[in-house]
Design a protein around this ligand. Sequence first.
Ligand SMILES: NC(=O)c1ccc[n+]([C@@H]2O[C@H](COP(=O)([O-])OP(=O)(O)OC[C@H]3O[C@@H](n4cnc5c(N)ncnc54)[C@H](OP(=O)(O)O)[C@@H]3O)[C@@H](O)[C@H]2O)c1
Length: 204
Amino acid sequence: MTIAIIGSGNVGGALAQSLVKAGHTVLVGAKFPMSEKTLRLATIIGEDRLTSVENASRQAEVIIISTPPETIIDLLPQLGKTENKIIIDTTNTVRSKPEGYATAFHALADKTRASVVKCFNSTGFENMLNPDYHGTAIDMFMAGDDAGAKKVVRQLALDAGFAECYDFGGNDKVELLEKFALSWINLAIMQGLGRGIAFKLVKR
Ligand SMILES: NC(=O)c1ccc[n+]([C@@H]2O[C@H](COP(=O)([O-])OP(=O)(O)OC[C@H]3O[C@@H](n4cnc5c(N)ncnc54)[C@H](OP(=O)(O)O)[C@@H]3O)[C@@H](O)[C@H]2O)c1
């Protein structure tokens, strides 16, 4: 599967590495000239995987958004035709939000023809790079209205090494999933547990 990752920072870089390792064709849509972070990623995954946002999006069946949420308004025209594509929104409206929308997900759902799924937002990027805790894989969570798209996204989460990708529900659960991410940020940063923590659902 060809996957475009828009944003070459912490999250984009971690997912790019995990999904390349899983055998997917990954193109990273970056800004040029390349920033320090983008250059660092290029040395890890290969410069040939770095391209413009337009080029990466055009070739991909799945587009992962991993930029600050407010940039989505500028990015929308660069995503091109999105019919029959899946867009995964990894962003959290922690410090800023896109003008006119509650979250980047809402802007994407309103302005594109893609099936939009919220995923890879609820844990730190280090956990996306390595979801293994002492031999136990941690869990991922997703939300969105399109059940078919969520099947594809769940498989990508498993490919990236997560044990399971639990379904939070439809588009109406997207903001709850962002709050879940804020709970991780609260525990890790505000409450001082550190970024080496993760969520795992247990069942009786
Ligand atoms: N950090 C985490 O652990 C974490 C976890 C879950 C979710 N998130 C969410 O994931 C998103 C990204 O976070 P991050 O920590 O990865 O941020 P980051 O390290 O600052 O990376 C952001 C990336 O977006 C790129 N970018 C900005 N505007 C762009 C544009 N118009 N076109 C193409 N690329 C653009 C930046 O490019 P340049 O380098 O060229 O400026 C940078 O590579 C945020 O919404 C955050 O809330 C973060």
